[in-house]
Design a binder for this molecule. Sequence first.
Ligand code: 5GP
Ligand code: ZN
Length: 110
Amino acid sequence: MQDCIFCRIVSKEIPSKIIRESEQVIVLQDIAPKAPIHFLIIPKKHIRDLSSCDSQDSSVLSDILMMAQALSKEVPGAENFKLLVNNGHSAGQRVFHLHFHFLAGKVFSE
Ligand code: 5GP
Ligand code: ZN
């Protein structure tokens, strides 16, 4: 999608700090980090939000979770992490291309 910022980052039209990349998934450094470690795990395919996923997306959703596990093993200080999805505007979603926030490196209050 031409007007989607994350699609433009995935296609490398817009430069970004890419942490990791796999066949279906890309991991970016968040531009406005809310924790010492704040990555965005993003499907390369444009999916609007979690509510828009169907059974055909189960493979990419699984890859996102396994990517979170790999990051936690490989990034120093990310053994404990929080994985967060804002689904819909009222929930705080501002970029309407599915992404999982990977947050780590501090003690989160409950
Ligand atoms: P949302 O509120 O939609 O769940 O999260 C969007 C996230 O994307 C925010 O944490 C915001 O800082 C991040 N973000 C927005 N635009 C860009 C960008 O151009 N590059 C990167 N790396 N992150 C972005
Ligand atoms: Zn997109």
